[in-house]
Write a protein that binds this ligand. Structure first.
Ligand SMILES: [Fe+2]
Ligand SMILES: [Fe+2]
Length: 632
């Protein structure tokens, strides 16, 4: 409305101007030329005045409005527009002022909001800065983590041990690539499989114990893809979630090489110990058979052999004669003599090589062969016993085929045994020669007196018979035989005037005679005879009631061998002729023995003698008569 009214007024003003311009123009064309300049000037002045007035009148509110707009645009929202020219302009002025107020309020609000925004922005910037800092930190940490993870991965992959993780059912969840090198599996091939598939049976039990927490370190034997055993030292940690075991993680170090080196060292050590043991056995006894018995038992134990023998080689008949046998099957009969093929003899005797023969090809008792098979024993190792470059015998060891690795031990033992056998033989020879010499001396001494000739031999023979009746071992009987022959050897040291004196001896002469057991002992001491022989000789004049000499021993203090010699010595003395008397008959002598049983003589020995007399009197007579014929 305002716009229309305002426009109308402008329209009328312009319209008036146009009417004037038109009137003047008309007057211009109607008037003469002389007045044209004057009239034009008048019209121009009127137009200018009118225009100036109109423009001033019209532009004043506009200028005010313009000023107001400028002030407001500069932020002076309190500026009030005051135009009162017309109703429309007044309304415009009021509306403008109202708008300025609204604008002022909006500006204030906006300003407040802006300030708030600025504050928020500042806070946001601060937060952003913090965030940026955090992000940088995070980035740095991530970087470190990446480096650390990379290092860890490198460590896990390049570590020389196998790292593995299983769940509680032993299913492999992780294994590092080191497993390729040691077991020839890829991790991909193993993940999802049971770890039990790649360890041996014993190790499965160990792993179960590890899962239960009973142990956390042990040897675990893995099996490679090709089935080869890889021995490891394994350390295990149990994995738990909320106190519940969910699996185990292990680190396994390959110690196969070390294990075998250690094993080799242990085996060598055992060999050394075994050789040392055998060495000790070689010097443990005076009897070579006892020594060899101990050795075969030791070899059987060392090589886990059920039977081990030592045989002597007879080069004339090419036979191997059994000396000793040991091991758990030693009580089974084995051939006393065996013959080997020419090829075997050549290898053992000429080439002196160890032979391993199939059990079927080696001659031994048929009864024993099935027992070997039942014990998984299929081979016989035959080791030549070489002395001074000659095969003197063989050591045979029945065993499983894997005994080959103990060859060096067998050679060492065989060498020691050969030396022992030969030394023993040499020693036996020397001993035999010595005993023979002493025997010869004893016979020579007895020969001086016709009536005592053969005494020692007879005492020896009677003693052997009694030993048999009393159930003595062969060894003890042999001891009795030697003791009987040598029992009066001490008389060598007694002068003939006393020994051969006819008639009663003086006390001091008898005392000299009584020293002969002691002299015997001194003579025999250098030849390392078994102590039973020396005891029997030195105590053969002791009496059961303690009235004997030289020690006055009684009862069970007297060794049984000495007691036997005491009885047989007296029996021969009674049954032998003397220059001054005739010898008793066997029956008379037996009666004497019975008479002095329990006083002079050992009752058990007398009983054995009576038993001998009752059962085999002829053997007593043979001995007695044999000597009688010699003496005559
Ligand atoms: Fe005597
Ligand atoms: Fe005698």
């Amino acid at each position: 409305m305002f716009k229309r009214n305002y426009n109308t007024r402008i329209f009328f003003v312009l319209f008036g101007i146009s009417v004037i311009v038109f009137s003047l123009s008309l007057a211009y064309f109607l008037s003469g030329f002389e007045n044209r300049v004057f009239i034009g000037g008048i019209i121009l002045l009127i137009s200018l005045g009118l225009s100036s007035f109109l423009s001033k009148k019209l532009s004043e509110p506009i200028e005010k409005l313009n000023e107001a707009v400028k002030r407001i645009s500069r932020g002076d929202f309190d500026y009030q527009l005051n135009i009162t020219d017309s109703k429309e302009l007044r309304e415009l002025s009021e509306n403008f002022n109202s708008m300025a107020r609204d604008l002022s309020q909006s500006y204030k609000k906006l300003k407040e909001q802006t300030e708030s925004l600025i504050q928020q922005n500042e806070e946001l910037q601060e937060f952003n800065a913090e965030l940026e800092a955090s992000y940088e930190q995070l980035e740095a940490l991530t970087h470190e983590l990446e480096i650390s993870e990379r290092k860890y991965r490198l460590l896990v992959e390049n570590i020389r041990d196998i790292l593995w993780v299983t769940d509680k059912n032993f299913i492999i969840e992780f294994v590092n690539s080191r497993v390729i090198r040691y077991l020839n599996y890829t991790p991909h091939e193993l993940i999802g499989k049971s770890i039990f598939e790649i360890v041996d049976e014993d190790s499965r039990e160990i792993l179960k114990n590890m899962m239960e927490g009973k142990i956390n370190f042990s040897e675990i034997n893995f099996k490679s893809k090709e089935g080869l055993l890889v021995i490891t030292e394994t350390y295990v940690k149990r994995l738990k979630i909320d106190e519940e075991v969910v699996g185990i993680q292990g680190i396994s170090r390959d110690i196969t090489e070390i294990y075998y080196v250690k094993k080799q060292i242990a085996e060598k050590n055992n060999e050394i110990l075994a050789i040392s043991d055998v060495g000790k056995l070689l010097t443990s006894g005076s009897d070579i058979k006892e020594v060899l018995n101990n050795i075969v038992e030791k070899v059987a134990e060392l090589l886990n052999s059920p039977l081990c023998t030592i045989r002597e080689y007879n080069p004339y008949f090419h036979k191997f004669v059994l000396l000793v046998k040991g091991g758990e099957l030693k009580d089974y009969p084995v051939s006393e003599e065996i013959k080997l093929s020419e090829e075997d003899i050549n290898e053992l005797v000429n080439l002196k090589e160890i032979k391993i023969k199939d059990i079927e090809e080696f001659p031994c008792s048929e009864k024993i062969t099935p027992i070997f098979a039942a014990k998984d024993v299929y081979s016989v190792v035959i080791v030549p016993l070489i002395f001074r470059n000659e095969t003197k015998g063989i050591l045979t060891v029945w065993t499983a085929t894997n005994t080959v690795k103990n060859m060096s031990l067998l050679r060492s033992i065989a060498s020691a045994v050969s030396v022992a056998i030969e030394n023993s033989k040499l020693y036996d020879e020397i001993k035999k020669v010595y005993i023979k010499t002493i025997e010869a001396l004893a016979y020579a001494m007895e020969a001086k007196d016709l009536y005592t000739k053969g005494h020692s031999m007879r005492v020896s023979q009677y003693a052997v018979l009694i030993g048999e009746y009393m159930g003595f071992s062969r060894e003890k009987i042999e001891q009795l035989r030697i003791a009987g022959i040598l029992h009066d050897i001490g008389k060598i040291g007694i002068s003939d005037t006393i020994l051969l004196k006819k008639g009663k001896l003086l006390e001091e002469e008898y005392n000299v005679i009584k020293s002969h057991p002691e002299i015997s002992k001194k003579i025999l001491m250098p030849i390392d005879l078994p102590k039973e022989i020396l005891e029997a000789i030195s105590k053969h004049h002791e009496r059961y009631d303690g009235k004997g000499y030289p020690y006055g021993l009684k009862g069970e203090e007297i060794p049984i061998e000495a007691a036997i010699l005491g009885v047989t010595d007296a029996f021969d003395a009674m049954t032998s002729d003397r220059a001054y008397r005739k010898g008793m008959t066997i029956e008379e002598a037996i009666n004497e023995l019975l008479k002095y049983k329990g006083t002079q003589f050992h009752p058990e020995v007398v009983d054995a003698f009576i038993s001998l007399y009752m059962n085999e009197k002829h053997r007593l007579e043979e001995i007695k008569n044999q000597v009688f014929s010699n003496a005559s």
